[in-house]
Design a protein around this ligand. Structure first.
Ligand SMILES: Cc1cc2nc3c(=O)[nH]c(=O)nc-3n(C[C@H](O)[C@H](O)[C@H](O)COP(=O)(O)OP(=O)(O)OC[C@H]3O[C@@H](n4cnc5c(N)ncnc54)[C@H](O)[C@@H]3O)c2cc1C
Length: 564
């Protein structure tokens, strides 16, 4: 019988690497097969979201991100222009990565770290942990699920040999055109083509000195016909990514691309075109995220417009949700509902994010045609003032998205036990921390300088935030041991944390989401069985011990200052 891999991951993009790294962090070996040689021809993502950075904190790679070659003093402004040398319509100022600080709701902040810097950080972290076999130039051709294992047919392009790999689980992190998804027969639903777009990476070390708008992360170019292009400082130095939002489906010629770059800058100048990528912007979500022993994650499960920077961050959220469940199923304490909960938890988040991303696209294209926009006349000036003000107001929706990144919740999950409190409103720009079951467990600094988030990750964690006299912690520990479910107890004597979490006992999952909270308990074994996916929350005891009136208001939390 062939060796059985615990997990076979298809695709070494950021999501496949994050999954392998998180599994390795949990002590679970895996193998990644990647069709390419690992070279990133054209970096796509460059915004690592705040929640992804919280995961990076747990993984111990925050400093690697902060030390990436992206200059820490490069301002992150968004500037709206008729061209770089033309009229300025507006500017939203953002600090540089080095000058910015985390919001009170998190110990981290979003970071600018383009894919050709971020993927290698993930890859080195995966390699450092020594539990993952990375096989580049290896392509998945097909697979069959035999019930107790998945047998994958692969082609090693280096040796030219075909091989069968046997794995307990297979995860397709193989991108938008996922072969894994296709073979599972899972359909994608949504809007197939929003735009045909051309992305061009060009090099000009002197671009900033060729215009008067100063250093900025992104320039959005609005012509008389409306928004037509963006130019992004992809490495904060000599490389720029121009996106021509609507381009011919068959692509553009070299001359057409050169003319577009000159138009966006507003003058002729020497530049070098490094790469061109024609792509279709889509809004699609897979019907389900797995069948049997095979799962999909990342772009394989959802494809969205980059407007907002949600794509990879959503995918890394998938990886973090799936990883501990795979570990639990491999270890034997995870029940069948864990696999099911993966789709039920992550699919609604993708639905929300793909539609947010498309709404951001519509906002970016909102100026429409304004024939007098570039006229050097009082009427032209009035048009520019109006368009600039309307555009700035609309675009702020894309720039401020804390609720999207931190506020996602697993309200309808079968492994989350509702506490009877009403669902708080969905937040977009703002984020109110709440420990309501299904939510991300809130961050607060503890007196020793750690974040509450630093307590979570390895196993289920029971926060004990008050008097332990009624034996709840002991009974849950006994029940967890009976089911071989690893559980850590964290007593915290801190009224601020108690107030934020709004219960004496709060159970936090290995991915940092609250699964239950209460002040007393009737049937600890039923609760543990639900959390480990053996029975659904519909059959286990529901405990509604939380003061609903208290919880229906935003929690007014005082924060301990971080210890520097
Ligand atoms: C212009 C642009 C800007 C973006 N900016 C952001 C941003 O700022 N923030 C953000 O979060 N997202 C952003 N995104 C989206 C982000 O790039 C994607 O969501 C992310 O790359 C998806 O990662 P993934 O690992 O799921 O898939 P991919 O990155 O597509 O990786 C899939 C991997 O699987 C491999 N593969 C495919 N088939 C096989 C096979 N049969 N066998 C073996 N290997 C296979 C591929 O070679 C590839 O390496 C942006 C996208 C674009 C287009």
């Amino acid at each position: 019988m062939a060796d059985l891999l615990p997990v076979l991951i298809v695709g070494a993009g950021p999501v496949g690497l994050a999954l392998a790294g998180d599994l390795a962090w949990r002590g679970v070996p895996s193998c990644i097969i990647e069709r390419s040689d690992g070279t990133i021809e054209q970096p796509r993502m460059d915004m690592v979201g705040i929640r992804t950075m919280e995961h990076a904190r747990r993984w111990g790679i925050v400093h690697d991100v902060e030390k990436s070659p992206y200059p820490r003093d490069y301002p992150q402004d968004n500037v709206y222009v008729t061209s770089l040398t033309g009229y300025k319509l507006g500017r939203e100022r953002f600090k540089s990565m080095g000058g910015d600080t985390p919001p009170p709701q998190s110990p981290q902040k979003r970071e600018r770290c383009p894919q050709d810097m971020f993927d290698p950080i993930l890859r080195r972290w995966v390699e450092r942990q020594g539990r993952t076999q990375l096989r580049f130039r290896c392509e998945l051709l097909g697979f069959r699920d035999e019930g107790d294992r998945v047998v994958a047919q692969i082609l090693d392009h280096t040796t030219g040999k075909h091989e069968d790999l046997h794995a307990r689980f297979l995860v397709g992190c193989d991108g938008a055109a996922s072969r894994v998804r296709e073979q599972l027969g899972i359909a994608m639903n949504g809007l197939n083509v929003l735009t045909n777009t051309t992305n061009v990476i060009f090099r000009d070390p002197d671009l900033i000195s060729r215009h008067d708008k100063g250093r900025a992360y992104r320039f959005i170019c609005i012509g008389t016909e409306g928004t037509w292009a963006t130019i992004v400082a992809i490495n904060g130095g000599d490389r720029w990514r121009m996106s021509i939002v609507e381009s011919p489906a068959g692509g553009m010629t070299h001359d057409e691309i050169g003319a577009a770059i000159r138009r966006a800058v507003g003058r002729d100048f020497p530049f070098e075109i490094l790469s061109v990528m024609n792509w279709k912007r889509r809004e699609l979500v897979a019907d389900r995220y797995g069948i049997g022993n095979v799962f999909i994650a990342g772009d394989a499960a959802h494809v969205m417009s980059p407007t907002g920077g949600f794509g990879m961050n959503t995918g890394i959220g998938d990886a973090v949700d799936l990883s501990w469940k795979l570990e639990a199923m491999l270890a034997g304490w995870g029940g069948p509902l864990l696999a099911e909960s993966y789709t039920l938890e992550r699919r609604p988040i993708a639905e929300r994010n793909v539609s947010e991303a498309s709404a951001n696209l519509r906002r970016m294209l909102s100026p429409g045609a304004n024939p007098t926009l570039c006229d050097d006349t009082p009427e032209g000036a009035a048009t520019r003032a109006r368009v600039g003000a309307e555009f700035a107001a609309a675009m702020n929706h894309e720039w401020y998205t804390l609720g999207i990144h931190l506020g996602y919740r697993y309200d309808t999950s079968p492994i989350v036990i509702p506490d009877g409190t009403p669902a708080p409103p969905i937040e977009h720009a703002t984020y109110t921390p709440r420990a309501r079951p299904g939510s991300r467990a809130p961050h607060l600094y503890l007196r020793d300088g750690r974040s509450t988030l630093d307590l979570f990750g390895r196993h289920y964690t029971l926060l004990v935030l008050g008097d332990q006299g009624n034996g709840v912690a002991d009974s849950l520990l006994t029940a967890a041991r009976k089911r071989h479910m690893p559980l850590e107890i964290e007593p915290i004597d801190d009224s601020i944390v108690y107030k934020a979490y709004a219960a004496t006992y709060v159970m936090v999952r290995p991915d940092g989401h609250v699964s239950w909270r209460g002040n007393a308990i009737e049937n600890p074994l039923a609760l543990i069985d639900c959390m480990r996916g053996a029975t659904s929350n519909h059959t286990s005891t529901r405990t509604t011990q939380v003061d609903a009136v208290h919880e229906s208001r935003p929690v007014d939390v005082q924060y301990h200052l971080p210890v520097i």
